[in-house]
Design a protein around this ligand. Structure first.
Ligand code: UD1
Length: 417
């Protein structure tokens, strides 16, 4: 297990380029299974989760050529409908192949997906949606099977706007006969990006980015050439690192509008934000005046759960009593305990944390428990002047490409060992 070693107390300055979005790349890669024609996907991030998805596609029989940030995927020979258990357990996003495999081959089999340890993450909404499209779902000791001779468009009402379920159902509906309506659909930008990819393949998708999505399936899809959107979580992570250390950083190749809420909070506490079409410059002070912030995460356009931990790392520096409530996942505040090892004063249960900001932080030894919590520990470690060791850096590298190198480029003292 590797570590990041951070010596804090330095301001961050300069420019950083944001990579393509992990959470857009993964479903789009899975959607390549819907067509027998080659697809090209550009600006994919070079991260562990993308490499695992390449392995998943190859294990199913796809040819995947990987040239730097561009993938060329040919799934014309895919016959396999079961993802190898080890790959499935390594990454939860492997569940995205279920919808495409069901639609294309009439069957998909998986074991319970693995991935980040952020609460109990069932896939019941995915499965109920597949059933509505005409699939039979069955469980056996070796996993879950979905099967259908053919899929027929249906009205599906999600009881929660799950991102993964919305994406899986759009993909299954793409080859279904007739129209599918997904109500209470997730509105995340990554859903919109997937819809655009499918449209390039010839599927009609209406309403992506709203709570009601309509998909008109077709029997035969074409190829596509698509560039994935910039990673909004990476954008926020760099912005929050700068806000937590002080300094001026220009974040290039990003979509600031994909982060509703974040910029408002940052300007409220005293950061200056200069927003352009595809870049944002953040000018952060060395210290903050007292403020008390309340943040609730929520489905888009709510405050993204994937930046809750990094935001809490910033709050440690802002004098005041802050309330952070997690409303998407049932248990995603484990980083509070790790922050406490660095001197933070936080009282938390499973869903709500009270953060007493502005207390003196220390360097220390902590452990990344999940991807975003790990990035938050890096941000916390950038604050005190001693040496902080963040164990289990591999979990951070699942979703961030060269995080330490890019922070070093901004003046941070961080190495991976
Ligand atoms: C995706 C993102 C993840 C992000 C999350 C919420 C990817 C690869 N991952 O994950 O980074 O944190 O959206 O923005 O895109 N739920 C159910 N039943 C289901 C599905 C979900 O109860 O069938 C629950 C989950 O347990 C969770 C909530 O719904 O409490 C949100 O999950 P969901 O939106 O599905 O997240 P993911 O797609 O797994």
């Amino acid at each position: 297990m590797g570590e990041f070693v951070v010596r804090g107390g330095r301001r961050l300055n300069g420019a950083v380029r944001i990579n393509g979005a992990k959470n857009a790349s993964l479903p789009i890669m899975a959607a390549s299974l819907l067509t027998t024609r080659p697809v090209i996907i550009r600006d994919i991030p070079l991260i562990r989760d993308v490499l695992v998805m390449i392995e998943v596609l190859r294990s199913l029989g796809a040819k995947v050529e990987h040239h730097d940030r561009t993938l060329v995927i040919d799934t014309s020979h895919v016959q396999q409908y079961r993802v190898p258990d080890a790959l499935m357990q390594e990454m939860r996003a492997s569940v995205f192949v279920m919808g495409p495999l069901l639609a294309r081959l009439g069957r998909a089999e998986i074991v319970q997906p693995g991935g980040c340890a952020i609460g109990d993450r069932p896939i019941d909404l995915h499965l109920r949606g597949f059933e509505a499209l005409g699939a039979k779902v069955s469980g056996n000791p070796s996993g879950t099977v979905v099967a259908a001779d053919h899929l027929v468009g249906a009205d599906i009402h999600l009881t929660f706007p799950s991102v993964g379920a919305t994406e899986n159902l759009i993909m299954a509906a793409a080859l279904a006969h007739g129209e599918t309506r997904i109500r209470n659909a997730a509105m995340e930008p990554e859903v919109v990006d997937l819809a655009q990819f499918l449209e390039r393949m010839g599927v009609t998708v209406r309403g992506a980015g709203t709570p009601e999505i309509r998909v008109i399936g077709r029997g035969d899809l074409g190829g596509a050439d698509h560039t994935v959107i910039p990673d909004r979580i990476e954008t926020a992570t760099f912005a929050l690192a700068v806000a937590a250390t002080g300094g001026t950083v220009q974040i290039d190749n990003c979509e600031p509008d994909h982060l509703p809420g974040l910029w408002g909070y940052l300007s409220e506490i005293g950061c200056d934000i200069v927003q352009d079409n595809d870049s944002v410059t953040l000018i952060a002070p060395d210290a903050y005046a007292p403020h008390s912030l309340t943040v609730h995460t929520g489905p888009y356009p709510g405050f993204a759960t994937d930046i809750q931990a990094q935001f809490m790392a910033l709050l440690l520096k802002v004098p005041g009593i802050h309330v952070v409530s997690e409303r998407v996942f049932e248990s995603r505040l484990g980083h509070a305990a790790e922050f406490r090892r660095l001197g933070a004063h936080i009282v938390a249960d499973q869903r709500v944390a009270i953060v007493y900001g502005g207390e003196v932080m220390y360097a220390g030894r902590v452990r990344a428990q999940d991807l975003r919590a790990g990035a938050a520990l890096v941000i916390a470690g950038l604050q005190p002047s001693g040496e902080t060791f963040i164990a289990n850096r591999e979990v951070i590298e699942r979703g961030y490409e060269n995080l330490d190198g890019r922070l070093r480029g901004l003046g941070a003292d961080i190495i991976s060992v």
